[in-house]
Ligand binder design. Structure first.
Ligand code: NAP
Length: 230
């Protein structure tokens, strides 16, 4: 007998990405035969390859994202963005309400301080800059857009790790740039700290495993970590 009910919409998943976990999620869902599109903001020049479909660039606020969800027939959104990416997460909540699409939140929990951790816990990047002592040799393991708070901090040497090299010289008095991703191996992170005679690490409490090796290495070496909370 023919059914009167409307045919069920095929599932179309949008992952808001930009993290290792979002990539893993896409791989898992695609391997199960799901229709998955991952969205990236477009901050990284050469993003890691992603399974499924990929779109790059902002949507134009919550309204723009809601319009995209409707136009593309998205049936589920998964927010797997970085925990410090607050605007896109807030936009996702609003857009999913506007477009009546369910939202799953899959952002990481923060790291918890472990015995042996020497954390100086601060709330902002500016407080982190102020917390550094004179003559400190500091690993800044932060994105390009978070460096400005440290550029006026004199009396310290900064070792700045970036994924893409800076296009123009940085406005720091004394610094070196390392163009590399964080290593997942605490021993490699410890070797880097020794090579650059690092005395302090500045990190944001991002959670997850991808960037945790530096925290483990700092614990093993008894180095203080200025930890910026969420
Ligand atoms: P944000 O401040 O929350 O977002 C700023 C704007 O960028 C958003 O309003 C949106 O533009 C666009 N945007 C952000 N994420 C997007 C995505 N996945 N797809 C499409 N557009 C996106 O974000 P952010 O802190 O600049 O981070 C940008 C991206 O980098 C995020 O996807 C995040 O997962 C990743 N990431 C961030 C950090 C971090 O520390 N913040 C670290 C590692 C990776 P429209 O309003 O035009 O839509």
């Amino acid at each position: 007998m023919p059914s009167d009910s409307a045919p069920e919409k095929p599932e179309k998943i949008l992952i808001l990405g930009g993290t290792k976990e979002a990539g893993e999620l896409a791989r898992d869902l695609v391997s199960k035969g799901r229709d998955v599109t991952t969205s990236l903001a477009g901050r990284t020049k050469e993003p890691a390859p992603v399974e499924g479909k990929l779109r790059i660039g902002g949507f134009g606020g919550a309204e723009g994202l809601a319009a995209y969800l409707k136009a593309e027939g998205i049936t589920r959104v998964i927010d797997a963005t970085h925990p410090f990416a607050k605007t896109i997460s807030a936009n996702a909540v609003k857009a999913c309400e506007l477009a009546a699409v369910p939202l799953d939140i899959s952002t990481r929990a923060p790291w918890q301080k472990q015995p042996g951790d020497l954390w100086i816990e601060v709330a902002t990047l500016e407080e982190a800059a102020a917390a550094l002592p004179e003559k400190a040799r500091v690993l800044l393991a932060l994105g390009r857009q978070h460096l400005d708070a440290f550029s006026g901090r004199t009396g310290c040497h900064f070792v700045i790790r970036m994924i893409d090299p800076p296009e123009t010289p940085l406005a720091f008095g004394s610094y070196d740039v390392i163009t590399a991703k964080p290593s997942p191996d605490p021993d490699e992170e410890a070797a880097l700290f020794r090579e650059h005679a690092i005395t302090h690490i500045v990190a944001r409490n991002s959670g997850g495993e991808g960037a945790y090796a530096k925290i483990v290495a700092a614990r093993a070496m008894g180095l203080p970590v200025v930890m910026v909370g969420r």
